[in-house]
Write a protein that binds this ligand. Structure first.
Ligand SMILES: Cc1ncc(COP(=O)(O)O)c(C=O)c1O
Length: 446
């Protein structure tokens, strides 16, 4: 633990508040080790049970993690930072930053004309009684989902995919319950699972989606929910194939004790067909976000599922945040209805596919087997993340450490290709090859 930070307090509440304050002020950095329970108890002259309660409370809120003999540490991205960007230090000046996982802003549809259209046709202000899901948006969403084979009789909206997933987990699970998540999987989802006090069980992934054996093992270990990324899996780019979907549907059939959640965040941008699992279990939800094709700032996702699940999410929202603003709904509808926007999304999808393919091929040319079947990321397995990350940084490239995305899976790096220019592919692949396999020093040749 930081030598500068003194934990204080005489009760579990005071001790956990003191540690939280240390994390907030960055005196306790991500990864910092907290003192052993007995040592802190002796220092504060309280009982070990009091310190253990404080640690337990921080663990349930995802601020710290306890890992066997490694003791208790501050989580890499504890949910107390003010902004998402505060979760990662800015890359050094001059570095080409491929660590962000953002769509290329140059490829998002411009909103100006659509906002002007809304302004011209605003109508009277919408009050509490008239608000909710706009029937015309629901109808358009159902059409789009039906075209992909997703049953969408029951439908509601959330503030993005992750908000939908949070609401689904909150409606069905309790702190301490186990959730099966892809490993490697989306870092923000792992952060959310920790912040909800849920226990992640990692399910290994290959290019065709979660491994059947991994899902089987997670079910046997008591998972109450399973979250599957349909396409553009983050960080590996996996997309659930027809064969894998079939196998998973068979495995999951009739599991009435499991909440099945599908995250189709890339949606229209994915360029690979959707093979949904929707309806394989009695309790299920399918969430499709507009973030990647139309823009992360739109904060809207369509959530469909079985009647009880959708009613729980919509009913809970009604006594809380209420609804997704109809202003936003009308903007999304306007984008969906514009054939020029569909053309731009198609162009963006083709561009991501080209960049991803080019980098995977260039890495293969150096003998490196990287993954990237769909989406905006390429996953490069490496033996040692820290040395590969450092060597790439020294060569001018910032990429994301696989540790943010892994539970027990093997190490790797995530390279976001969304903004990668053609001329950058070859030098990046060459730098990656040197970073992964550093040249042997002449002094050590046999
Ligand atoms: C796997 C996955 N799901 C969902 C999202 C987007 O979620 P949201 O709709 O909350 O913006 C992302 C964004 O990176 C993602 O990687």
């Amino acid at each position: 633990m930081s030598a500068r930070y003194q934990v204080t307090g005489a009760t579990a509440v005071e001790i956990s508040a003191s540690i939280e304050s240390g994390i907030r002020s960055a005196a306790l950095a991500p990864g910092a080790a907290l003192p052993a329970v007995r040592a802190l108890a002796a220092q504060l002259t309280v009982s070990p049970a009091t310190v253990a309660r404080a640690y337990q409370e921080l663990r349930q809120r995802g601020l710290v993690v306890t890992a066997g003999r490694h003791g208790t540490r501050v989580r890499p991205r504890p949910p107390v930072a003010a902004r998402r960007s505060a979760l990662r230090p800015p890359p050094a000046p001059g570095l080409r930053d491929l660590s962000l996982g953002e769509p290329d802003p140059r490829l998002l549809p411009p909103l100006g004309a659509h906002l002007a259209g809304l302004a011209a046709d605003a109508g009277p202000p919408v009050g509490y009684s008239a608000a909710g899901v706009l029937p015309e948006l629901a109808e358009a969403a159902r059409e789009r989902l039906a075209a992909d084979g997703v049953p969408a009789a029951e439908l509601t909206l959330t503030g993005g995919a992750l908000d939908g997933i949070e609401r689904l987990l909150g409606a069905h699970l309790r702190p301490g319950d186990a959730v099966a998540v892809e490993d490697p999987g989306w870092a923000n989802l792992l952060d959310l699972v920790a912040a909800l006090g849920l226990r992640p069980i990692g399910v290994p992934v290959d290019d065709d989606g979660p491994l059947v054996e991994g899902v089987r093992a997670a079910l046997a270990a008591g998972a109450r929910a399973l979250i599957v990324t349909s396409r553009a899996q983050n960080p590996t780019g996996a997309a659930v194939s027809a064969g894998r979907a079939e196998e998973l549907r068979t495995l999951l059939a009739g599991r009435s004790d499991l909440l099945l959640i599908e995250d189709d965040h890339a949606a229209e941008l994915a360029r690979v067909p959707l093979h949904p699992l929707a309806g394989a279990t009695p309790t299920w939800a399918f969430v499709r976000s507009v973030s990647k094709p139309f823009g992360p700032d739109l904060r809207l996702a369509v959530l469909v599922g079985d009647e009880t699940t959708v009613a729980r999410v919509a009913g809970r929202a009604r006594v809380g945040a209420g609804w997704v603003s109809t202003v936003l709904q009308r903007l999304v509808l306007s984008l969906w209805r514009d054939p020029a926007v569909a053309g731009l999304v198609d162009r963006a999808a083709a561009s991501y596919e080209r960049r991803r393919g080019a980098l995977v091929d260039a890495l293969a040319g150096h003998g490196l087997a990287a993954h990237g079947r769909s989406g905006i990321n390429v996953w490069l397995p490496v033996a040692d993340e820290t040395s590969a990350l450092t060597a790439l940084r020294d060569a001018g490239w910032a990429v994301a450490p696989g540790a943010l995305y892994r539970i027990a899976g093997p190490p790797g790096l995530r390279i976001t290709v969304s903004s990668l220019d053609d001329g950058e592919v070859a030098p990046l692949a060459a730098a990656a090859a040197r970073a992964v396999r550093p040249a042997v020093s002449p002094g050590f040749t046999a």
